[in-house]
Design a protein around this ligand. Structure first.
Ligand code: HEM
Length: 532
């Protein structure tokens, strides 16, 4: 069974059983004393020749590696994925063909802003990253628990994260997202507005990783065996439903149990209450690319489910906790560019940036180019490359390593045209080299308003409270005012409630302010907002 392949692979890497022999050095030499260093007499200096003492201290001195630049705090688990039926109609991805095939997975849930030791229940986006160890290589679906993102173009990511992180001079604040730099950025970069509505909602304080949705966010591409493409958006839905904390609970958890979400995931799996999620897809034929009010390449927009329903295609069960947090949860390396035949990219400029950034950061975080050999990252499909050497090379390759190659002796042959190999989707592109945001990306407020309109009264109440709490911490009055001006573009009533709470003047209702809308439904009609 493929599910067991990952387990068998992990077995090969498990350290020797401590019960089966004495303590040793790294070189396997048995040690009979580890409590006192070797000294000259009882009160004399420590001797350099005490190799056990030096090895123990040296290894300890080098135990830490850089934390992730974002999503530093996380919790992970192994499990499996099973498709409900063959998806051959849309994709040739092997793991989506046969309901009897279980594909092993590793999932890491995370917060975004805080460092490794921060609290779980802060107001933040949650990462939901899944590595599928498929028979055709690793596929990573690196998603979040919200279906949109703050920015449209990856070149803004460093700016956004610098604004989100604690301020450079004093590292204050940690935890919650309440500070001047974030709101300064947000109020100057209105494409953030839709995501900020999600961030101020209860979605940003999930009760449990077991009760949280996941989204691929970008539009990706399925490719079938004939090379025909279909746009696809990925959705994870938790079997336990979506549940959040309320703000007071979230704050209390931060004090009483900063590991609240991490502990819940661990304990549930230990108790056999395995978290389960259904994978659904929104499928959009290529011919329909321009039949939407929004641009499919704009990651700040959803495609309303009324217009393109989510079709369930399989489910995932998380049933094993890692053996070692550092080896597995900390060293796992997800990358949006880890795709398999049958899944491909689109030209979403945020996705294109991510396809560069993850490998780049992992080269430093995991110390060189060989981190795919780490057990948690190793594919179950055999990796036969011409890549050699580098720090932490742990494979013993034999023979030559170049291509073309008439001497053989090591260089693998190229895959034949049997449909097994990855071939990039042959999309036709042409144009001038320019730096210009597409006009089709420029409606920043309609879907933020749609989100607000879809909320019940109590949900709106929580959103207003969140804006008041977070903006109430902003010292710069002009930043508060400008944020309220942005909110007035989303919904005048929302803006006026927030303005009252934080003591700033409300802008005059202007031609661009969205009027309060009656429909509470997430419907396509709401998306037609003309900004009037
Ligand atoms: C982690 C970059 C947008 C989801 C990371 C990391 C980087 C990064 C450098 C750390 C990776 C590591 O050290 O292993 C970027 C850039 C983005 C972007 C440049 C925009 C251009 C997004 C979006 C999503 C997302 C839109 C969700 C759809 C995640 C997740 C992780 C992560 C879930 C944590 C992965 C893990 O658990 O190890 N991102 N990110 N990121 N990112 Fe992004």
């Amino acid at each position: 069974m493929t599910e067991d392949r990952k387990e068998r692979q992990r077995d090969m890497y498990r350290a020797p059983d401590p019960a089966e022999g004495p303590l040793t050095t790294d070189q396997g030499v048995a040690v009979d004393h580890t409590d006192d260093s070797l000294t000259v007499g009882e009160r004399g200096p420590t001797l350099m020749e005490d190799f056990h003492f030096r090895e123990k201290l040296t290894h300890f001195d080098h135990e830490r590696i850089p934390e992730r630049v974002v999503h530093a705090r996380g919790a992970g688990a192994y499990g499996y994925f099973e498709p409900y039926e063959s998806c051959a109609e849309f994709t040739r991805a092997a793991f989506l063909q046969d309901p009897s095939v279980r594909t092993p997975v590793f999932v890491r849930f995370s917060t975004v802003q805080g460092p490794r030791g921060s609290a779980d229940t802060v107001r933040d986006v949650r990462g939901f990253a899944t590595k599928f160890y498929t028979s055709e290589g690793n596929y990573d679906l690196v998603g979040n628990n919200m279906p949109v993102f703050f920015i449209q173009d990856g070149i803004k990511f460093p700016d956004f994260v610098h604004a989100l992180k604690p301020e450079p001079q004093n590292e204050i604040p940690t935890g919650a997202s309440a500070h001047d730099t974030l709101w300064d950025f947000v109020s100057l970069q209105p494409e953030t507005m839709h995501m900020m509505m999600w961030l101020m909602s209860d979605r940003a304080i999930p009760r449990s990783y077991r009760m949280m949705q996941g989204f691929g966010v970008h539009t990706f591409r399925f490719v079938d065996a004939q090379g025909h493409g279909t746009f696809v958006k990925f959705h994870w839905k938790p079997k336990l439903g979506v549940h959040s904390l309320v703000w007071d609970e979230a704050q209390e958890c931060q004090g009483r149990d900063p590991d609240f979400n991490r502990r819940d995931l661990w304990d549930a799996i230990e108790a056999g209450q395995y978290p389960e999620y259904e994978l659904g897809v929104q499928l959009i034929p290529e011919e329909d690319e321009f039949n939407f009010e929004v641009d499919l390449l704009d990651a700040t927009k959803i495609i309303p489910e009324e217009q393109v329903p989510v079709r369930p295609i399989g489910h995932m069960v998380l049933n094993r906790n890692p053996d070692n947090f550092f080896a597995e949860t900390e060293q796992v390396a997800f990358h949006t560019a880890n795709v398999v035949p049958g899944i491909d990219f689109t030209n979403d400029p945020l996705l294109q940036a991510r396809n560069f950034s993850y490998l780049d950061t992992q080269l430093i975080r995991l110390g060189g180019p060989n981190f795919s050999q780490l057990p948690v990252n190793q594919p179950v499909a055999p990796a036969r490359t011409n890549q050699r050497d580098g720090y932490h090379q742990s494979m013993i390759h034999r023979g030559t390593n170049y291509s073309p190659n008439s001497l053989g002796g090591g260089c693998p042959a190229l895959a034949g045209a049997d449909g097994y190999a990855f071939s990039h989707y042959a999309e036709r592109v042409e144009g001038h080299k320019i730096r210009k945001r597409s006009e089709s990306f420029k409606d920043f407020y309609s879907q933020a308003a749609l989100f607000w309109n879809s909320m019940s009264d109590w949900e709106r109440h929580h959103i207003v409270d969140a804006f008041r709490f977070e903006l109430g911490k902003v010292g710069a009055v002009h930043v508060r005012e400008r944020t309220v001006e942005q909110l007035a573009q989303v919904d005048y009533d929302l803006a006026s409630q927030v303005a009252q709470g934080i003591g700033v003047a409300l802008p005059e209702p202007g031609a661009n302010n969205h009027k309060p809308q009656a429909s509470p439904a997430l419907s396509f009609e709401n998306l037609q907002g003309d900004g009037s």
